[in-house]
Design a protein around this ligand. Structure first.
Ligand SMILES: *Cc1c(COP(=O)(O)O)cnc(C)c1O
Length: 386
């Protein structure tokens, strides 16, 4: 097998097929015409990877999907309009017949809202579990459990889950394990080797990497592929070929971006850890993180997104600190080339487990800027924290 860096440069393109063009071109279409009626009548018997109608994808879409599936070690992938559509598509497929769904208490907040506003009213019994449960998840499984949803590290609080242990417990009962692998990326977390059945990505983040595309991608093993792919199709979650082309272009540099952003993030995080204004830095790549050993065992690297718990200061002081930052944009999302900051609201974060930070919490995304410049910027803004 080729190394992942070589694959990043070569997957999802075939110059011989496209007049020698290095990159797979953008193919736009709605209608696809067939050479004869028999071929047209047969279109539904072909796989989801043949061109039959615009909504189901074009060679541009397929090139992106194949690249991501191969990188992560899955069977097949499907591109969807954004990360949230990936979450919705997978959860709708798993809960189609109702049942009991286990969801990590560290789940991305909009995914929790989807469970509460869309799944529970449809009769799904959603139960949140402690992200640190590991093999103990076995005691939560019921006869009607239809899936275990994981996200490691947790959104905002960054606990690392023992996914191999969770997968072993779930698979003993033939229950699928889903993971939101947006932080891990196919580059740093080989989800399928770790026992995951279905992996979700907000390709909006590191895969595209340039803060200019919304896209999601779902990667499945063979067992769950048909079901998930059919559900995505039934809900009409198609993507434009331009978006796929941009995401595939972003993917080419994902390895170098991630490695550099990880190095930058570690430098900034270590500096923050030594500051008197800081209570804790929640970043699995730091030795001080409670999940560091698990992270080291299961991940190949760390994304450049982490949280910082400040010592007790007023909300006003935190606002002044954030507003004084010059190199950090204030905004949602992450995984682009540029640094970002926002304040994490932790009051209603958990329902199954407690979360009591020592003070206000900020989330930082570290970009490709010089970490020294970022540190100088953080230092000047920190005077606001008294
Ligand atoms: C951003 C994000 C999503 C949603 O992705 P969108 O493309 O913004 O819809 C899903 N999961 C996680 C962990 C995210 O951070």
């Amino acid at each position: 097998m080729k190394t992942i860096d070589t694959e990043l440069a070569h997957l999802g393109r075939d110059p011989n097929r496209y007049s020698g063009m290095v990159n797979t071109p953008v193919f736009r279409t709605s209608t696809v015409v067939f050479p004869n009626l028999a071929a047209y009548e047969d279109r539904k018997n072909t796989s989801f990877k043949s061109v039959r109608y615009g909504r189901h994808g074009t060679p541009t879409t397929f090139a992106f999907e194949e690249a991501v599936a191969t990188l992560e070690g899955g069977h097949q992938a499907v591109a969807v309009p954004n990360g949230m559509a990936a979450i919705a598509g997978v959860l709708l497929a798993l809960t189609r017949g109702g049942g009991h769904l286990l969801v990590t208490d560290g789940v991305y907040a909009p995914a929790r809202h989807f469970c509460e506003r869309q799944l529970r009213p449809r009769g799904v019994d959603v139960e949140y579990y402690d992200p640190l449960l590991g093999a103990g998840v076995a005691h939560k499984l019921r006869a009607n459990t239809v899936g275990v949803y994981t996200e490691s590290p947790s959104s905002l609080t960054f606990e690392i889950q023992d996914i191999p242990a969770i997968a072993a417990a779930a698979h003993a009962r033939q229950i699928p394990v889903v993971t939101d692998n947006t932080w891990g990326t196919p580059y740093f977390f080989p989800a399928f080797e770790r026992g995951v059945d279905v992996s979700i990505h907000a390709a909006t983040k590191y895969i595209n990497g340039h803060s200019d595309v919304m896209m999601g991608v779902i990667v499945c093993n063979e067992r769950y592929w048909q079901d998930v792919r059919q559900t995505v199709s039934d809900f009409g979650f198609g993507v434009s070929p331009e978006e796929c082309w941009l995401a595939l272009r972003g993917l080419r540099t994902m390895g170098v971006r991630l490695k550099q952003q990880m190095a930058n993030a570690i430098e900034v995080a270590r500096w923050l850890e030594r500051r008197p204004e800081v209570a804790r830095v929640l970043y699995p790549a730091l030795e001080s993180h409670p999940g560091h050993a698990l992270w080291k065992r299961d991940f190949r690297g760390a994304a450049s997104l982490f949280s910082v718990v400040l010592k007790g200061v007023s909300a006003d002081a935190v606002s002044t600190f954030v507003d004084r930052l010059e190199l950090f944009g204030i905004g949602s999302s992450w995984g682009g080339y540029e640094s970002l900051v926002n304040v994490a609201h932790t009051e209603n974060l958990r329902t199954a487990t407690g979360w009591r930070p020592e003070g206000p919490m900020i989330r930082l995304h570290i970009g490709l800027e010089s970490p020294q410049d970022l540190i100088v910027d953080l230092a000047q803004a920190m005077s606001a924290l008294g």
